[in-house]
Design a protein around this ligand. Structure first.
Ligand code: SF4
Ligand code: SF4
Length: 77
């Protein structure tokens, strides 16, 4: 099963990942982060298909997707 890691303190709650996830398994948390935003969270991890659209869409590089032990993010850092 793919594993999604969201660095909630990089997230500004723009919802681009939420809107574009084809499985609609991302949502905005009700917990505020250290920067004063409501960050994205994964609400139904088993339904993730590992497409990485969320990581590609995120302007703040806050999401990494691991599929079969390979770790993907849009930028290396
Ligand atoms: S990898 Fe694809 S299915 Fe999984 S959370 Fe990201 S956009 Fe949704
Ligand atoms: S696209 Fe990035 S910054 Fe925007 S809500 Fe998703 S994780 Fe947060």
């Amino acid at each position: 099963m793919p594993r999604i890691v969201i660095d909630e303190n990089r997230c500004k709650g723009c919802e681009l990942c939420v809107i574009n996830c084809p499985q609609q398994i991302l949502a905005i948390s009700r917990e505020i982060n250290a920067r004063g935003y409501f960050p994205a969270k994964v609400v139904d991890p088993p339904r993730c298909i590992g497409c990485r659209i969320c990581a590609i869409m995120c302007p703040d590089v806050a999401i990494q997707v691991a599929v079969n032990s390979a770790q993907y993010s849009f930028f290396e850092y």
